[in-house]
Design a protein around this ligand. Structure first.
Ligand SMILES: C[S@@+](CC[C@H](N)C(=O)[O-])C[C@H]1O[C@@H](n2cnc3c(N)ncnc32)[C@H](O)[C@@H]1O
Length: 460
């Protein structure tokens, strides 16, 4: 049986034509009808296929492009092909992610693998070297304080100006809240911050600890609008500098302090309320019981802790063995680990809640806001794309591509329900059982547009 399609055997085909032909056959094998409708393709000779109205054009720029993407088949290979310019993505990147699962499923059929391999091997091997590891490997034991600081700096210290180009004006780097879906990112972030303050039932004069305070958005907002004292901690020196300047500009330095500090290094002191927004993803499975224990220790009886973080959907039992193997492999070799969040770890909500309960927290309110994160990420991607030239001037093309791919991919994962983002309100009741919460949650709910100015009335 001839392994290559007949058309590729023709003796008159030079290597150039042969690569073009093999690539066209490969694309037809990869794409089912849905992908063929959604994705247009352009090869390095300028030839195009697919509907003109497609939302995405996949531009293969080198004859070896598909070979490097698919050998070995992993999300890392696919991502690196894009990062280093084997292919471009024109239009809506999320389309590729949305079709990715169907494409992968089709490619992993034994019959397809037999058809694919000879075609891939007919393409030239990598004719364009990958850059050396973009993120330098972290040193030390996973989730030691020393190594966590390196992991955080690798992601957050690439430049305040870079983040300012596409985040909202407060530079909030976590899921926003869009009550109607029509809000601007600025409004939605502000509504999110206010909801956190409301869920925590912040009252004037209380002391709030913000674990993972980022560029200072929540701390400053809470001090300005709820009259609280705030201590914010971050592991990123770049964030710290901006947060302090912003507190100064807002005139709240008497009430807001930012420190470069690990959550495990807080002195013996108690707080009335604690918030942790977009930070728990960095803690690591082994350290999660200690993380919740630390929050419990730092909270006064009668205090509240709001933990906001990303959680993965649980794989159905049938797939669990396979999922464990894949998880083990991906935890070392995924695009997200290698290029985006080194040492980041997502744990299921049920597991997080279990740790929280075991240290004595009472679970009072759980809200999954995954649709809101898809909206937030799409807005970040749009802004990043609009700022392409400026992003490249401040960083480089690879950084632009890393962030574009990671954020579009995450938007699709939230929209599809592969991951969620959950705000959990945990109480540490007093000895006589008082959790300091009202009988209903109407004080939290807020119609869109109710917050119409920076002088919004405090909720207390
Ligand atoms: C995704 S950012 C979120 C920032 C902010 N909460 C927001 O919503 O904009 C995560 C934050 O967690 C902080 N962080 C991560 N690990 C930490 C640790 N071990 N101790 C203290 N802060 C940490 C990072 O420095 C960063 O400020």
């Amino acid at each position: 049986m001839a392994l290559l399609p007949r058309s590729l055997h023709s003796s008159w085909l030079g290597p150039h034509q042969r690569s073009l032909q093999a690539t066209r056959v490969l694309l037809r094998l990869m794409f089912g009808p849905a992908e063929a409708r959604a994705i247009r393709t352009r090869l390095w000779d300028g030839s195009e296929e697919g509907p003109a109205e497609a939302r995405l054009t996949l531009v293969l720029k080198r004859p070896g492009a598909l070979r490097r993407m698919l050998l070995p088949p992993s999300d890392l290979s696919v991502a690196e092909g894009y990062l280093y310019g084997d292919y471009d993505l024109e239009g809506d990147v999320e389309v590729l992610m949305a079709q990715g699962a169907a494409i992968a499923e089709r490619l992993f059929q034994p019959k397809t693998i037999l058809q694919l391999l000879p075609l891939l091997l007919a393409l030239p091997a990598h004719d364009h070297p990958l850059r050396p590891k973009y993120v330098s490997p972290l040193q030390g034991e996973a989730h030691s304080k020393h190594r966590d600081a390196q992991a955080i700096q690798a992601h957050y210290d690439i430049g305040n100006e870079f983040y300012a180009l596409w985040l909202d004006e407060r530079m909030v780097y976590s899921c926003a809240y869009f009550p109607s879906g029509q809000e601007t990112l600025e409004e939605a972030q502000r509504i999110k911050l206010d909801r956190i303050c409301r869920k925590l039932r912040l009252k004037s004069g209380e002391h709030l600890l913000d674990i993972g305070s980022g560029w200072g958005g929540l701390a400053i907002y809470a001090a300005q609008n709820y009259g609280v004292q705030v201590t914010g901690i971050t592991l990123s020196p770049a964030q710290l500098g901006v947060a302090r300047k912003r507190a100064e500009a807002a005139g709240v330095t008497d009430r807001v302090t930012f420190e470069l500090r690990d959550y495990r290094d807080l002195p013996h002191q108690t707080f009335d309320k604690i918030a942790s927004v977009g930070m728990v993803e960095h803690v690591g499975r082994a350290k999660l019981p200690g993380y919740f224990a630390e929050a419990h220790r730092l909270l006064r009886p009668g205090g509240l802790f709001l933990n906001h973080g990303i959680v993965p959907a649980i794989t159905p039992p049938f797939f669990q063995v396979g999922a464990k193997l894949i998880e083990g492999y991906l935890s070392k070799h995924s695009f997200m680990q290698e290029y985006v969040f080194p040492d980041g770890e997502l744990r299921p909500l049920s597991e997080l809640l279990g740790y929280a309960e075991r240290v004595g927290f009472e679970i009072r309110d759980v809200e999954n806001m995954r649709e809101h994160y898809a909206l937030t990420l799409r807005e970040w991607v749009r802004r990043l794309e609009r700022q392409h030239d400026e992003v490249v001037r401040l960083t480089d093309e690879v950084t632009y591509r890393i962030w574009r791919l990671y954020m579009a991919g995450s938007a699709d994962s939230f929209a599809a329900g592969r991951i969620g983002v959950v705000q959990t309100l945990l109480a540490r009741p007093t000895a006589d059982g008082n959790a300091s919460l009202p009988l209903n949650r109407t004080d939290v709910e807020l119609a869109s547009g109710q917050l119409d100015s920076d002088q919004a009335e405090p909720a207390n």
